[in-house]
Ligand binder design. Structure first.
Ligand SMILES: Cc1cc2nc3c(=O)[nH]c(=O)nc-3n(C[C@H](O)[C@H](O)[C@H](O)COP(=O)(O)O)c2cc1C
Length: 212
């Protein structure tokens, strides 16, 4: 067994006070996200998104957060992918973001809903043309014989849409995770971390501190 017990770090960057957090979790999220973004990470919108399959097995993968407001957190993907199939049967999902520069993590639980076609069109056409073609070339999460098969498909699609706009595939679009709970975690010395959760109750957000 490789023993990693000696790798140890103290978390000392600050505190999160449940009496001082924003009344709305989106305001708090925005403040923390902007703090993180200001540190110049390579890919600031990275998040882990969890879904649950028909056997109750959780799955996770990295996705990019593309928009957020008080209605939820939006990401784009293939509706026929593994995650798409999970969400079709069980809309429960969770987002996790870890911002090591600030020793912070945020987790969000809720349910996903598909965004409107118009919103998806607008984002799809804002992507580089090659990425639009890539969405057509990849049957995301399905088996592939080898890389050549994928590249060949890409070339076929490229020829097919030569000189034309690339249409939004029927199976491609966005999900909005509508939050029911959001937790903000700030690392603390001696593992005495600060945790503040917001839980949606009717139209209100109830705030409480949790044990670390
Ligand atoms: C940095 C990074 C960003 C990614 N962004 C996306 C994304 O926005 N949408 C997406 O469908 N897959 C994205 N992926 C690929 C996913 O992690 C995953 O492999 C893919 O969505 C298939 O997941 P599934 O089989 O669980 O459905 C990204 C991967 C990485 C490492």
């Amino acid at each position: 067994m490789i023993d990693l017990g000696d790798i140890r770090k103290e978390y000392t960057q600050g505190h999160l006070d449940e009496r001082k957090v924003a009344p709305h979790p989106l305001t708090q999220f925005h403040a923390w996200f902007e703090d993180y973004r200001a540190t110049g990470p390579i890919e600031p919108t990275i998040m882990t998104v969890a879904s649950v399959d028909a056997n109750g097995q959780p799955w996770q993968r990295i996705l990019l957060l593309k928009a957020y407001d008080e209605n939820g957190f939006v990401f784009f993907t293939n509706y026929l992918s593994n995650k798409g199939q999970h969400f079709a049967a069980n809309a429960k999902a969770s987002i996790h973001m870890f911002w090591i520069n600030q020793e912070r993590q945020v987790q969000i639980q809720g349910s996903v809903e598909k965004i409107g076609r118009e919103e998806a069109e607008s984002y799809f056409h804002s992507r580089p043309r090659e990425s639009q073609l890539g969405a057509w070339a990849s049957q995301q999460s399905r088996p592939l014989v080898n890389r050549f098969e994928l590249e060949q498909k890409f070339e076929e699609i490229k020829d097919q849409y030569d000189g034309q706009d690339v249409p939004l595939p029927e199976y491609w679009g966005g999900y909005r995770l509508v939050p029911e709970r959001i937790e903000f975690w700030q690392g603390g010395a001696y593992r005495l971390h600060d945790r503040v959760e917001y839980v949606k109750q009717d139209e209100d957000w109830v705030i409480q501190r949790l044990n670390p």
